[in-house]
Design a protein around this ligand. Structure first.
Ligand code: C6P
Length: 408
């Protein structure tokens, strides 16, 4: 099934916006955050207008309705990634908080001085800094699977690292800079054979192609709603039940307890043990609406569309003299094209593109070590999602020619 993009675009009111008079928005920054369809906006609006109440705390009708909506969303999210049970879905604020939850709770309970955690050189800061903090506190060792010139992980080095008996392998499914889709199933299988657990950063994969956590046999997976047509402020951690059950709580407070005495407490069951305080209720409901929207279109159709977009984008970008796109060939990556233009700073590229209505991101994209590896301070990055068109890629390319003209 192919997507009807012009119909899909009608679901996203923001895409109709003129950025300034006569300049139409060309939104090529979905890797940073995606736009939201009316069904997500309506679900949140309906909740606030009709059912707003705190969850798990009242017996009145509104409290029952809001609790049901909050939990129905959790069920939809569990189904979406094929988790066995909704109890395995912990609501967090985002991917960053999900990874921090694992580092803080599982890491502090299970890692000790000199234990090895394997990461990769293409990680986002959110899958680096929590482990740096743990390294400073506990003396754990960090090793990194290198990235080669094509933007692929060197799995021979990985196999060698595994012989050192790591406790955890934590890696991104898809790079937010290179677009590389890593062979997650193989990496996880090898980790397990070496006796390690595997944490998958799904921030850039869950929004873009079908994920089956049971088929992947992954131990933990972190993802954010806002990158998958859902609202900001809500994300999830998936975990295997036996691991989550054995982990100590992360934050303490209301809702995460069964019983509290003046000098002690008993933690609640899953998933509430990890959800302290009043959560982002409307956002969770929006998250549920987002996964339903994606399911309605079909993840395979979304992935196929993005593959078409990136294939066309690479073809067009590579024809521009001075443009260097980072990362592998289209078949090995998702819809992300980070590039440099000889003689022009990536921020200047982004600024001139913005004057033409083309929204791209410039900087190190929270992956500073990766940019250091390639010896560049920054890149400009165009990224594509289910609502982007070939015409928008043409607008990007025409814009880059304008940048070249401007800088002579
Ligand atoms: N990358 C980007 O522009 P949060 O911010 O917690 O929702 O997601 C963090 C994160 C983790 N892993 C990967 C691979 C990511 O791409 C991101 C977010 C955005 O590339 C914002 S920096």
């Amino acid at each position: 099934m192919t997507l009807d993009i012009s119909k899909i675009r009608q679901d996203f009111p923001i895409l109709e916006r003129e950025i300034r008079p006569g300049v139409k928005l060309v939104y090529l920054d979905s890797t940073a955050t995606s736009q939201k369809p009316v069904s997500v906006l309506a679900a949140m609006d309906e909740f606030y207008r009709h059912s707003n109440a705190n969850i798990h705390r009242g017996v009145h009708v509104l409290a029952e309705e809001s609790t049901a909506m909050y939990e129905n969303a959790r069920e939809a999210i569990a189904r979406f990634i094929h988790a066995k049970s909704p109890r395995q879905i912990i609501y967090t604020r985002n991917t960053t908080e999900s990874i921090n939850l694992v580092a803080y709770s599982w890491g502090r309970a299970n890692l000790k001085n000199n234990d090895l955690v394997i990461l990769t050189e293409m990680e986002h800061h959110s899958n680096l800094v929590p482990w740096h903090i743990l390294a400073a506190e506990k003396g754990i060792r960090l090793e990194f699977i290198p990235v080669d010139d094509q933007g692929l992980l060197d799995l021979d080095v990985y196999r060698n690292l595994l012989s050192q008996g790591p406790k955890l392998v934590s890696f991104t499914h898809m790079s937010n800079v290179l677009g590389t889709i890593n062979p997650a199933a193989d990496i996880i299988k090898l980790a397990h054979e070496a006796g390690a657990l595997a944490l998958l950063d799904g921030a850039q994969s869950v929004p873009h192609f079908k994920i089956d956590v049971q088929a992947l046999d992954v131990d933990f997976m972190a993802f954010s709603a806002h990158k998958m047509v859902g609202p900001t402020g809500i994300g999830a951690l998936y975990g295997k039940t036996e691991l989550l059950e054995a982990m100590p709580p992360f934050l303490g407070g209301g809702d995460m307890i069964k019983e509290v005495k003046l000098r002690s407490f008993r933690p609640n069951d899953l998933p509430y043990k990890f959800e302290a305080g009043t959560p982002a209720i409307a956002e969770a409901i929006g998250f549920g609406a987002a996964v339903k929207y994606l399911e309605g279109l079909g993840m395979d159709a979304i992935a196929a569309h993005e593959q078409e977009m990136i294939t066309y984008a690479l073809e067009r970008l590579e024809e521009i003299p001075g443009v260097k796109v980072f990362g592998p060939v289209a078949e090995k990556k998702g819809g992300v094209a980070a590039f440099t233009l000889t003689g022009v700073h990536p921020h200047d590229v982004a600024q001139i593109l913005d004057s033409l209505g083309v929204a791209v991101r410039a900087g190190h994209h929270c992956a500073q070590p990766l940019h250091e590896k390639y010896n560049i301070p920054a890149t400009s990055r165009a990224s594509f999602y289910l609502y982007n068109t070939r015409e928008e890629i043409d607008a990007l390319v025409n814009g880059i020619y304008k940048v070249k003209e401007y800088f002579g």
